[in-house]
Design a binder for this molecule. Structure first.
Ligand code: HPA
Ligand code: ZN
Length: 326
């Protein structure tokens, strides 16, 4: 279709992607086999059938099970390289991806095994695919702040490979305020700060992410529209929101794509962008997110280009590097 061609033709930046959420069932079974780990599902089909979620937690429960087959540096390399090749084919030229160290270190996989594999794949994409990248380490918010501090410590030998820290996992009941100290310490080590907020959690959590954690960008942020003063704050400080339409649909943050808030946000002048979150679980990578959103909200070419430009503006690329991509 013409719409699909337009979308593919736009150079894009992906700013909200959990690398563990790009784990396709085919690769998951391949790595499970070579690591002699039994998955709870006896086939790719039965695994895919389990991908039906009523909320964030139901998704997270399966997402953490899938990640358990990742043991060796090669596994993390293969996972990351598969994702990078896939999005390269969609004309994604820049990525800022999350990884969840605690999902692996809590199973006894050393931090360095995880980051070595991911970093090598990112370097390869830069060299072979002419892509640029940033890497963001996410703290799991269902765990304690103390555990996040241990992760911060473990990251320090690799600080030159990590651009920022984020906050993900179960949002309700785990407000940003729980992580004030570790975010402050992370900033002191030179990390940039982002956090998931306002996906399922209330607009209060978005205020906390801004005022208490001092994030420079918000992941999701859907629920900001419930609060006019908050919208004004986002406009005044030009705070980017990284939205994930297919994720929102699959996790029932919205009931149908027509309800997605991104069009309203663009109308208000918010620096809103769209991304894929966990594409292997939510049924689409970047271009499918653009396509489904454009179709449901009747976005025109200018609006699609605006969202793509917003992502470069919201990215952590230097002004010079941005120019090269757009
Ligand atoms: N929200 C919170 N945590 C996550 C997500 C998400 O959409 N994806 C992976 N971890
Ligand atoms: Zn996310």
């Amino acid at each position: 279709s013409i719409l699909k061609k337009i979308i593919k033709g736009i150079p894009k930046a992906e700013l909200h992607l959990h690398i563990e959420g790009s784990f396709e069932p085919e690769l998951m079974f391949e790595i499970a086999n070579r690591n002699a780990i039994a998955l709870d599902y006896d086939s790719i089909e039965s695994l895919k059938k389990a991908y039906k979620f009523n909320n964030l937690q139901e998704f997270l429960d399966i997402y953490y099970i899938g990640a358990q087959v990742l043991l060796h540096e090669q596994d993390f390399y293969d996972l990351t390289w598969a994702y990078l090749q896939k999005v390269h084919s969609e004309n994604v030229v820049h990525v800022e991806i999350f990884f969840d160290p605690q999902t692996h270190t809590d199973r006894g996989v050393p931090f360095e095994v995880v980051i070595n594999g991911i970093h090598k794949a990112l370097e390869n994409a830069e060299e072979k695919l002419n892509m640029s990248y940033k890497l963001i380490m996410s703290y799991l918010r269902h765990l304690s702040e103390e555990a996040a501090f241990e992760t911060l410590e473990a990251s320090l030998p690799f600080k030159h490979w990590i651009d920022g820290v984020g906050l993900d996992s179960s949002e309700l009941g785990n407000p940003p305020s729980k992580f004030i100290n570790v975010f402050k310490a992370s900033a002191d080590h030179g990390y940039k700060l982002v956090a998931h907020a306002g996906e399922e959690g209330p607009s209060d959590y978005i205020w906390e992410a801004l005022d208490l954690l001092k994030v420079v960008r918000l992941d999701h942020g859907n629920r900001c529209l419930e609060d006019d003063a908050l919208v004004q704050r986002l406009l005044d400080e030009n705070i980017p929101l990284t939205l994930c339409p297919l994720s929102n649909l699959e996790l029932k943050v919205i009931q149908k794509m027509e309800d997605h808030p991104v069009a309203k946000m663009l109308e208000k002048g918010i620096l809103a962008t769209i991304h894929s979150d966990d594409p292997a679980y939510f049924g689409g990578y970047m271009n499918e997110n653009y396509y489904q959103t454009a179709k449901a909200l009747d976005l025109d070419k200018n609006q699609l280009q605006q969202m793509a430009m917003n992502a470069f503006e919201a990215s952590w690329l230097s002004a010079e590097a941005k120019e090269k991509h757009i």
